[in-house]
Design a protein around this ligand. Structure first.
Ligand SMILES: Nc1ncnc2c1ncn2[C@@H]1O[C@H](COP(=O)(O)OP(=O)(O)OP(=O)(O)O)[C@@H](O)[C@H]1O
Ligand SMILES: [Mg+2]
Length: 418
């Protein structure tokens, strides 16, 4: 089969920012794409979706994919983000395509399983314990005080984007953050408490080929992420950490991916680095989220999506190098909750030397909910430059140009019958 005839199934959700980038890459490679979208039935018809899949019912979704593939054979199944990773592994298994073990994909999606597998393999990772959400506070406090210690971090098992992730410095704060998590996710069942990892944080983007990890980029996260919540802002690559520390980051992430049993495809890992070494915050069997992949270009301007499609359709990518220049993104933080009425300064932000793009993704007249309950950013600023310092300064300057009008929400209470 030559590249021309290949059909790839892309697993997406309505929240995926990245389908467009994959479609552009596929067009360039002459690969046909079918999107399998996790959508309610009514919307799927309205949107003219080719293949509607319920990611929460993976067995049914797999049988739909297999039936589809009988008519139109698939060369690969690619998850665009976390939500589709387990389904991609299951579907690939059913179709006899190269895939990550289902257990590995599941472990990368479940923060408790991930911690168990990292600990079993002796990979640097925080102390941790899982509790039922309705566990008595006295029992949680006793265990955390004795076995985990303060500060600690409370987090849900299955969310992304730092939602529900909260630091507690002492018993009083721990009771408060668990209460907040109960209100936020009354049906979550369980939650995780981890020891707080001090240090600077980096993100590693990599691909696995036959179980070997090839680093594509290490991003510094120069804004301190010390809690109480952990809103990501700036990512800049290449990292400014010393070469030997970067090497240690790659080795630790590779050990983490191996501990989970991940064998091929994208890896996105977050690590903290301190004097005791590199520590795994998490390892995911997917690529970098949101629009952030736009910061990465390989060889002759190849996108990360193209690299992923190439690998998924059987081409080796381990020789590919990220382009030389420094690059970065700012995920524009939500300063406070309310209704986004408007913004100014986009042109001035775009005019900052080094800034390549400013995209405000939050819809106007909609509610903005900051962390830990909220889940998205106001938008993204992209910059490139000769050095990471230059890129970081450009991102900060562009951010200063942007002014957002966020009105306090007026809550109307209707009293009595009209
Ligand atoms: N044990 C820990 N010690 C210190 N900081 C932590 C710890 N766990 C999480 N964090 C902070 O909280 C952030 C979010 O946590 P985590 O990555 O586990 O959740 P997430 O919601 O899955 O994020 P993502 O969308 O990146 O997958 C981390 O990037 C880190 O800054
Ligand atoms: Mg994370």
């Amino acid at each position: 089969m030559d590249q021309q005839e290949k059909l790839v199934l892309l697993l997406t959700t309505p929240q995926s920012y990245r389908a467009t980038a994959f479609l552009a890459a596929a067009k360039k490679l002459g690969i046909a794409i079918v999107q399998g979208v996790d959508l309610p039935e009514a919307l799927a018809e309205q949107w003219g979706v080719q293949l509607r899949l319920d990611f929460s019912q993976p067995d049914t979704a797999v049988s739909h994919i297999v039936a589809f593939a009988q008519e139109r054979p698939l060369a690969a199944v690619i998850p665009v983000d976390d939500a589709g990773a387990v389904l991609a592994a299951k579907a690939s298994q059913a179709l006899g395509l190269p895939h990550n073990k289902v257990a590995a994909a599941e472990a990368a999606r479940d923060k408790y399983k991930m911690r168990q597998m990292l600990a079993a393999a002796g990979v640097n990772s925080p102390r941790f314990a899982q509790f039922p959400l309705n566990e008595s506070m006295t029992a949680v406090l006793a265990y955390v005080t004795a076995e985990i210690g303060f500060p600690c971090v409370v987090k849900p098992l299955h969310l992304n984007g730092s939602r529900g992730v909260m630091r507690a410095n002492d018993a009083v704060e721990l009771v408060a953050v668990i209460g907040r998590l109960r209100t936020m996710l009354p049906d979550a069942g369980t939650f995780l408490v981890e020891s707080y990892l001090p240090g600077v944080e980096v993100a590693l983007e990599a691909v696995l080929e036959n179980g070997r990890l090839h680093p594509l980029a290490i991003f510094d996260k120069p804004d301190p992420l010390e809690g109480p919540f952990f809103e990501e802002t700036i990512y800049v690559t290449p990292s400014r950490l010393p070469e030997n520390v970067q090497q240690h980051v790659v080795e630790t992430a590779a050990a983490g991916a191996a501990a989970l049993g991940l064998q091929l495809g994208s890896v996105h890992a977050e690590l903290r680095v301190n004097e005791a070494g590199a520590w795994i915050v998490e390892v995911n069997g997917r690529s970098i989220g949101g629009l952030c992949s736009q910061t990465l270009r390989f060889d002759m301007g190849m996108s990360l999506e193209e690299l992923i499609l190439r690998q998924a359709t059987g081409l080796s990518v381990s020789h590919l190098q990220r382009e030389q220049q420094a690059s970065g993104v700012m995920m524009i933080p939500i300063p406070h909750g309310g209704i986004l009425r408007g913004f100014t300064g986009e042109d001035a932000a775009r005019a900052v030397p080094g800034v390549d793009e400013v995209t405000i993704t939050a819809p106007l007249n909609n509610r903005l909910v900051p962390l830990p309950e909220g889940e998205s950013y106001l938008g993204f600023i992209f910059a490139t430059g000769a050095t990471p310092d230059e890129v970081e300064s450009a991102l900060r300057e562009a951010h200063r140009c942007l002014k957002f009008q966020i009105d306090e929400e007026i809550r109307l209470t209707v009293v009595g019958n009209q």
